[in-house]
Ligand binder design. Sequence first.
Ligand SMILES: C[S@@+](CC[C@H](N)C(=O)[O-])C[C@H]1O[C@@H](n2cnc3c(N)ncnc32)[C@H](O)[C@@H]1O
Length: 309
Amino acid sequence: MAIIKNNSPVLFFYNNSKKWLTKISKKESFHTHIGVLKHADAIGKEYGSRLMTNKDKYVYLLEPTMYDYVMKIQHGTQIVYPKDIGYIIARAGIGDGQKILEIGTGSGSLTSFVANVVKPRGHVYTFDVDENFMKIAEKNIKKAGVSKYVTQHNLDLKTAKKMPLEDMDVAFIDLGDPWTVIPQVRQMLKGSGCVFAICPTMNQLEKLTIALVENEFTDIESTEHIIRTIEAREGKTRHSFQGIGHTTYLCFARKAFFGRKSRKDAEKLKLSEIPSGTPSKTTKKTSTKKISPKKTSTKTTKKTTKKSA
Ligand SMILES: C[S@@+](CC[C@H](N)C(=O)[O-])C[C@H]1O[C@@H](n2cnc3c(N)ncnc32)[C@H](O)[C@@H]1O
């Protein structure tokens, strides 16, 4: 049986829009529009029990989940919401023991959720350039009870000379210009490691996708996740009027080896084997036959497509 003690975390749940996250402190009282809740009265009760106010109303004493922590997080920045985090975790196959790289800690919403999934053997290494946001994130991560599984770094990986990590299982990027750190992310990911970028606009998705292809990532997928809440009541079930509007698009990809470098090296090697002065077949063809600009461009496109397939 899960019994509430002094210092236990509790969600005072009145209804979906009125709920308060707190830590029980025997001398405290909590004042709400439905009356006063005495913390001391919660001690000794089982999670799920009711706690009465002095106005004869009641709240349920719920054990907070990571969802509650993230929804009640102190916002220093925009955050990633559970509706998106759920898909991120499923698509990237995040689980216990994984090493996670995060660029753009922000308020620590994604950090906390993911740390809770990779614990106890995994770890989140998170980077930010803004010390104020880092302090807010530190508090939020502590409140969520996952500080042990998170290391915060104040470092700009865009300009860092040496990458501080390697063999990461998954990388998250939540910056205005995620495409600028794709080469760095590639260096730090293990082969076939996953990357997820949080992109509030479609313009970001476009630039990012170009960078992902240039840097040899495959299985590229952009998605949007929409939740519709249903108000289910006998005889009058319908969609809710409330709900979260647009939050962000998500872009997923996996590190691959397209073999571009080895193909280039092989081509160079072939050319260097040809004795100087002897025109190669290709040289001969292009130098003697006149190719119309249209034809040339088609040929190049085809070749490029074949190379990057
Ligand atoms: C939208 S917030 C991230 C929100 C976070 N994903 C969350 O769920 O709470 C973007 C963060 O990226 C940080 N940032 C901006 N440029 C950066 C850079 N070059 N390296 C690391 N962090 C950077 C900002 O300081 C800000 O905290």
